[in-house]
Write a new protein. Structure first.
Length: 170
C-alpha cells in the first residue's frame, strides 16, 4: 500500500491478514489510496498516445547567468527520450579555447538547498560533446519544473562562467 515518498522514492507498507481475508486488505488499501492521493505516475512510464510510445521531447537551451562571460556561449541540440528516460545532449562552446574549459556540468536543486551536480557533460579541454544522461525521478521533476541547468566552468571563472537553463517543450 503506498504511504509516501522519501527523496522521490515511493515508500510502501505491507499488510498481512488471515487466510481468505485478502479482500479486506485490498479494500482498505484502495480506500487509503483514494483518500490520501499518495500515488504519482512515475516519469519513466509515460502514457501511450493512441497506442504508440511518445516521441522525443525537444529541450530548449535558454541563456541564464552570463556575467564575466566575455563572448562565451553554449549552443546545441538537446532532447529527452521519455521511453528510455534519457536526456540527449549535443552541445558546443563558442568564444573560448578548449584548453580554457574546465568542464560543463548538469545541475539540479539539492533537497537541502543549493545545487547538486547531476552529471559531468563535458570534460576539461573539450569545446563540444555528445552526452547521454540517465534521468532519475528527481532529475525529471527538476527538468519539468525548469530547475535544471548547464554550468560552464572555465579557468578564468572556475565557479561558473555562464549558466544555460534546460526548458522542455511540452
Amino acid at each position: 500500500m503506498p504511504v509516501g515518498f522519501v527523496s522521490g522514492v515511493p515508500i510502501g507498507m505491507e499488510l498481512m491478514a488471515r487466510t481468505l481475508e485478502d479482500a479486506d486488505l485490498v479494500a482498505m488499501a484502495y480506500a487509503f489510496e483514494q483518500a490520501t492521493d499518495h500515488r504519482r505516475i512515475p516519469p519513466n512510464t509515460p502514457a501511450l498516445s493512441a497506442g504508440a510510445a511518445p516521441s522525443a521531447v525537444v529541450v530548449a537551451l535558454r541563456p541564464g547567468q552570463t556575467e564575466n562571460a566575455s563572448g562565451l556561449s553554449l549552443s546545441g541540440n538537446t532532447s529527452l527520450d521519455p521511453v528510455s528516460n534519457k536526456l540527449l545532449l549535443d552541445i558546443r562552446l563558442r568564444g573560448v579555447e578548449g584548453a580554457e574549459v574546465l568542464g560543463v556540468v548538469l545541475r539540479v536543486p539539492h533537497e537541502d538547498g543549493g545545487w547538486q551536480v547531476a552529471d559531468l557533460v563535458m570534460r576539461a579541454g573539450q569545446a563540444s560533446a555528445r552526452h547521454v544522461v540517465s534521468m532519475t525521478s528527481r532529475h525529471r521533476e527538476a527538468l519539468d519544473a525548469g530547475e535544471m541547468h548547464l554550468l560552464v566552468l572555465t579557468r578564468a571563472d572556475p565557479r561558473g562562467a555562464i549558466m544555460v537553463h534546460l526548458d522542455p517543450s511540452h
